[in-house]
Design a binder for this molecule. Structure first.
Ligand SMILES: C[S@@+](CC[C@H](N)C(=O)[O-])C[C@H]1O[C@@H](n2cnc3c(N)ncnc32)[C@H](O)[C@@H]1O
Length: 219
């Protein structure tokens, strides 16, 4: 399927700016796509996370587009890039290096197509960075990855170590249960965005998304 993916991707997605970062044109699975309402057994894709721009990722992209200094001249790693919007926003805002990373190889293929649509270059990687030192990066970007408690624990412990090494760790999140109040107490809120009505409907229960910075105890 990997070889066929670009064709299937173009067939089952639509280009849209209907999200919090309309500067970015992204091919996504939208309500206009037959796949949106198709039964799971009719989908050629298993778990197409890359087909959606998750509210936490939308907030993170909005923040970078409004706050260029966060990424300008920096080496940015977008972990769990999905459709690639985080890395694309960083590249457009002048990151010297923007790497879109996802353990799902289809996500990085989707990202490459979306980067081309936005006339920018992002590097891609399917390496599992979690637990690694990230020596080649200054900024670590996390869009909407606190959806599972076990994973959230692993992720937060790793991000805390990176923040203690003075990496800038940015987290976009709509209030997922994995970003517990204990974890939130270690974060500084940088921005909060109301989600557009259609986005609230598509993400049941979420009305806003915030961008947080994980700071080391001495920062
Ligand atoms: C909810 S989606 C968020 C996508 C994107 N950041 C956004 O906000 O639109 C989570 C993504 O994390 C990816 N993922 C899960 N575990 C990962 C890991 N250990 N390293 C990199 N990506 C991972 C999934 O494949 C999925 O694409």
């Amino acid at each position: 399927m990997l070889r066929d993916f670009p064709r299937l991707f173009l067939q089952h997605t639509a280009a849209t700016r209907r999200h919090l970062a309309p500067e970015l044109l992204l091919r996504l699975i939208t309500p206009a796509c037959p796949l949106w309402a198709a039964p799971v057994d009719r989908s050629p894709f298993a778990d197409p996370y890359w087909g959606f721009f998750w509210p936490g990722g939308q907030a993170a992209a909005r923040y970078m587009l409004d706050n260029r200094a966060t990424v300008f001249g920096r080496r940015v790693l977008d972990v769990g890039c999905g459709c690639g919007a985080g890395a694309i926003a960083a590249a457009l805002m002048g990151a010297t290096k923007a790497v879109a990373n996802d353990i799902d190889p289809y996500a990085v293929l989707a990202t490459k197509i979306n980067a081309e649509l936005n006339k920018c270059t992002v590097e891609t990687s399917t390496e599992d960075y979690i637990g690694t030192a990230c020596d080649d990066f200054d900024t670590i970007l996390i869009g909407d990855m606190f959806y599972d408690e076990d994973f959230a624990k692993l992720l937060f412990e790793w991000l805390s170590k990176l923040a203690a090494k003075d990496k800038m760790v940015l987290i976009g999140d709509p209030g997922r249960h994995g970003l517990t109040s204990r974890r939130r107490s270690q974060l500084q809120q940088l921005a909060r965005y109301e989600l557009p009505a259609h986005c609230r409907e598509e993400n049941h229960g979420f009305t806003e998304a915030a961008v947080w910075r994980l700071t080391s105890p001495t920062t």
